[in-house]
Design a protein around this ligand. Structure first.
Ligand code: 5GP
Length: 193
């Protein structure tokens, strides 16, 4: 049995991102939101989502650090956009315990946005420690470790078009190149030259 399995194909992700884009476009028909992406994982999702929206939207990013086992979070690099009075949509790759997002939302609230909503591609609902409202949600998954489409292993694999689950973490840790071999075996998921 393989230690890895593809859980969401590139086509399934693209179709769902299209649906989320249509919902956001309808909800924000008369408002120009700022999409605020959480680096680095939100990059592919934000890029694809933003291309489904009107040219009036703005894009910015920030990055966070996590320290301590209790998951305390701080800002590593802040966004440059002033969000006071703006309609902000925080864009995340995955929400797991919810600690990261709940910290970030608390911080952004102090900056007085006109409205604050969240969009995440993946929701690991069963792992939640802190309740956070996820207005736009791509897929609900179990608690397997995922890679691809923004999600990394030591900085790698964020650029895969599809999403993979690691079924045998020990085997994967011993040979992290196995996913690269698997992906490049498939023509459908080959990276552009
Ligand atoms: P939370 O604060 O919600 O527990 O954590 C969210 C962060 O945990 C994500 O931004 C991501 O960096 C990391 N994370 C959670 N689950 C996974 C996963 O399945 N795969 C990867 N690569 N990272 C994950």
């Amino acid at each position: 049995m393989s230690s890895l399995t593809e859980v969401l194909s590139a086509e399934a992700i693209a179709a769902r991102v299209g649906e989320l884009g249509r919902s956001i476009a309808a909800d924000y028909a008369n408002r120009d939101p700022v999409l605020l992406g959480v680096l680095n994982g939100a990059v592919p999702f934000l890029a694809d989502l933003s291309r489904r929206l009107s040219p009036q939207i703005e894009i910015d990013f920030l990055s966070l650090t996590r320290f301590g086992t209790e998951g305390r979070v701080g800002i590593k690099v802040d966004s440059a956009t002033s969000i006071a009075g703006r309609h902000v949509i925080v864009v995340e790759d995955i929400v797991d315990t919810g600690l990261t997002l709940s910290y970030l939302l608390g911080l952004l609230e102090t900056r007085n946005p006109e409205s604050l909503a969240t969009a995440t591609l993946i929701d690991k609902t069963t792992r939640r420690i802190v309740d956070v409202e996820l207005k736009y949600r791509g897929f609900e998954v179990g608690d397997e470790f995922l890679l691809g489409y923004g999600l990394d292993w030591n900085g790698r694999y964020r650029n895969l078009r599809s999403l993979w689950a690691v079924l045998d973490l020990a085997a994967f840790q011993a040979d992290p190149d196995m996913l690269a071999r698997e992906v490049f075996r498939r023509t459908a998921d080959r990276l552009d030259p």
